[in-house]
Design a protein around this ligand. Structure first.
Ligand SMILES: NC(=O)c1ccc[n+]([C@@H]2O[C@H](COP(=O)([O-])OP(=O)(O)OC[C@H]3O[C@@H](n4cnc5c(N)ncnc54)[C@H](OP(=O)(O)O)[C@@H]3O)[C@@H](O)[C@H]2O)c1
Length: 247
């Protein structure tokens, strides 16, 4: 690949919120993109916006993260379309609030499926492409959006926090196994970010006092600029004041 060819990212959960902001940041730098989430229509609209912002080629690949075949199919479709991946952004995720005392196990299972199992499948199925990209072009990065609750526990977010702690652990172990091949993973662990996912809380914390999607996109973009010699395991983003160590 020539040094002037655009770089390529696969971004999951790109239809809105943090994933849309990360995709927009790469688009503004002229990257090629595969964008994924469940609904094709929202992705097609997003793809138009990304092209208008300066993206090169944008592929729309819908996939439900609870469906193993769809997740492996997403990795295969991306590899087939571009043949490489400079940044795999594992962002699709879901939240769930409830005490250990009464959160039904089936809800835990769904959280685990979207927030941990799908990232594992994506990492595994895209690994040959990530390795070959690092071989050609110094490095390939995995950027996974976790949560501050995966580092510092918060009441009522035990199931969610446990999935995000698992995601952080998965990426740290991935680094032990793969970083000498030039492929490394960074988790981003924000407190509350102003998106649809945090709507339930906005009577207590106004959206305009939350971390912005562009803050998270700035970190994701910066990680993609690091050389193979810089492995950044986890970035915690907290809100101002007395919120340190709290979502
Ligand atoms: N907002 C916060 O306060 C906050 C804080 C820390 C971490 N996070 C994490 O940040 C990530 C992005 O969240 P967000 O705040 O941007 O949420 P959001 O606005 O609700 O967006 C979630 C994205 O994930 C996709 N998604 C959800 N379930 C999916 C599934 N089963 N299969 C495929 N795609 C699915 C959604 O697309 P479709 O619905 O169109 O499929 C959407 O694109 C998540 O991993 C979340 O846990 C959020």
């Amino acid at each position: 690949m020539s040094a002037t060819q655009p770089r390529v990212a696969l971004v999951t959960g790109a239809s809105r919120g943090i994933g849309a902001a990360i995709a927009a940041r790469y688009a503004a730098d002229g990257w090629d993109l595969s964008i994924s989430s469940r609904g094709r229509d929202a992705l097609e609209a997003r793809a138009e916006e990304l092209r208008a912002r300066g993206a090169g080629r944008v592929e729309v690949i819908p996939a439900d993260m609870t469906d193993e075949e769809a997740v492996t199919g997403l990795a295969a479709a991306h590899a087939e379309a571009f043949g490489r991946c400079d940044a795999l952004v594992i962002n699709a995720g879901m939240g769930q609030k409830g005490a250990v005392a009464d959160l039904p196990v089936r809800r835990f299972d769904r959280l685990y499926s979207v927030n941990v199992r799908a990232p594992y499948i994506l990492l595994q199925s895209l690994l040959p492409t990530l390795r070959s990209t690092a071989g050609e072009r110094d490095t390939a990065k995995v950027i996974a959006v976790a949560s501050i609750t995966g580092v510092y526990p918060e009441p009522l977010l035990s199931a969610y926090g446990a999935t995000k702690a698992a995601l952080i652990s998965l990426c740290e172990t991935f680094n032990l196994e793969e970083s000498e091949n030039g492929v490394s993973a960074t988790t981003i662990a924000p407190g509350y970010v102003d998106t649809d996912m945090s709507d339930w809380l906005k009577d207590t914390i106004p959206g305009d006092e939350m971390i912005t999607v562009d803050d998270v996109a700035t970190i994701a973009y910066s990680v993609s600029q690091l050389s193979r010699f810089a492995v950044l395991p986890n970035v915690v983003l907290t809100r101002p004041g007395s919120n340190l160590h709290r979502a």
